[in-house]
Ligand binder design. Structure first.
Ligand SMILES: [Zn+2]
Ligand SMILES: [Zn+2]
Ligand SMILES: [Zn+2]
Length: 170
């Protein structure tokens, strides 16, 4: 990994997931694990794809395609929407980024490289998003599916509510 001389944008006010954590390490670890997977699987992590992933990793919050495009433009990556959409397609297809249907926006995966069914907790006040694992084949839905002879391949779990920060402020 090349170390970029520019300091990462520091946003003290930004929510860093639902728990206090070492966000710098969190971003670096996630980037490193994506880079490792790209090199073992021969995926091309182009500068623009990497930039989009980095933006999302910085946030722990869902960003819409237009917000991403704005930032890309500001960073000199061009302003054509396909630039952002193609990068997002690549990141979503490879499981590095998830789409939050509810918000029509994107978040970086919290554990890229593992195959998993994500369950999202979305704060309705600040748009912070935390990712948990769901087990679609278990629980009530799994039982209902088995009774119906249905095999679940994918579920989308998006819970809306208040994050700990916003609960405190309320
Ligand atoms: Zn973090
Ligand atoms: Zn994930
Ligand atoms: Zn919140």
């Amino acid at each position: 990994m090349t170390s970029d001389a520019r300091p990462a944008p520091v946003k003290d006010s930004a929510p860093v997931g639902f728990q206090e954590h070492d966000h710098q390490t969190c971003v670096e670890t996630a980037l490193a694990s994506v880079e490792a997977r790209c090199s073992t699987e021969g995926l091309r992590l182009t500068p623009v794809r990497r930039k989009v992933l980095e933006m999302l990793l910085q946030e722990h919050r869902a960003l819409g395609a237009y917000a991403i495009l704005d930032r890309l433009r500001a960073e000199g990556f061009g302003s054509q929407p396909p630039v952002a959409y193609r990068a997002l397609d690549f990141l979503v297809q490879n499981g590095f980024v998830h789409k939050i249907e509810r918000l029509n926006a994107f978040v970086a995966c919290s554990h890229p490289g593992q195959s998993h069914s994500p369950a999202f907790m979305i704060c309705r006040k600040c748009d912070a998003v935390a990712e948990a694992q769901s087990a679609p084949a278990k629980g009530v839905l799994g039982a209902a599916a088995r009774a119906a002879g249905f095999e679940i391949e994918r579920t989308v779990v998006e819970a809306e509510g208040l994050c700990p920060d916003c609960t405190e402020k309320a």
